[in-house]
Design a protein around this ligand. Sequence first.
Ligand SMILES: [Zn+2]
Ligand SMILES: [Zn+2]
Length: 344
Amino acid sequence: MKQVELTGIKEFREKKVEKPMPAAHEALIRVEAVGICGSDIHAVHGKHPFMSFPIVLGHEATGEVVETGKDVSGVAVGDRVIYRPQKICGECLQCRTGKYNICNHLEVLGCQDTGASSEYYAVDAGLLYRLPDNLGYAAGTLVEPLAVGVHAVKRGCADVSGKKVLVIGAGTIGNLVAQSAKGMGAAAVMITDVSEYKLNMAKECGIDYPVNVGEKNLREEMLQKFGPDGADVVFECSANENALNEVLDIARKGITIVIVAVYGGKANVEMANVQDREYSLVGTLMYLHEDYADALRLAGEKKVNLDALISKQFDLLETAEAYQYIDDHKNDVQKVILNVSHSS
Ligand SMILES: [Zn+2]
Ligand SMILES: [Zn+2]
């Protein structure tokens, strides 16, 4: 079968490898679509701190089950599926207490272990989820980042319903955090960016207040749309320290600010504001099983719009072109999908 491997900075190699045999606990998936994630883009540029070459990328992938190992139950040949790409130890304190998303030995399939950029992919059947019938393979890949959004929202508050939510940054993750919050019952969601393309997309996805902070003052917008008490919870999805510092200046005292963005270097943060204004700065990483289940429910009930986020689609064998397209369209690209064609 065909497989595409990242061998160096912006260097891909198309390989012919043996089609995998599913182990007893595994299912073999005929891969249909692979989403390109921000972390993949960092890896392709050699800027991912926890990834090395060579690696087969792809952790947001959908496909059809074509074979199951002898111990597999609950998944059948013909099922349309997505998987949760987490390989955990099951033994560390976090794993023992249900926080396996922060397992001490966490490996992400497609980051530290082989991903799905190939015609077929064998994966632990316990990680599989059936796609809702009304969700295509390409949009289905967005269930993975949507689960990131669902988990982030839960890290921000026990129950988001009725809350006013501010999301900084309207990239794919910011958009999906905002859509998760809406879908889970938030009263109103404001999202900021400087890209009109991404803000228009947020509007199309039903986000109440897209704000171009290149043109408008965030404090005034919040006052106008949310009233004097502002947002009840903030999600930082921009990895921009100036944006974070502005939030620490203007957000209501005592609230939770969730750091969703992956910061590339050390951020220069006004910690005096965190202390004096009694903010809770909270991190969030990936998701748990329940978040995947909730993400699939939101998608199935059409409480989120995943199709709208797809900017462009390429064939898996055009992987290099796809990454070049992303580099060339930084401000007007959201999700890029690689579709897998099958020779047999
Ligand atoms: Zn991802
Ligand atoms: Zn563990």
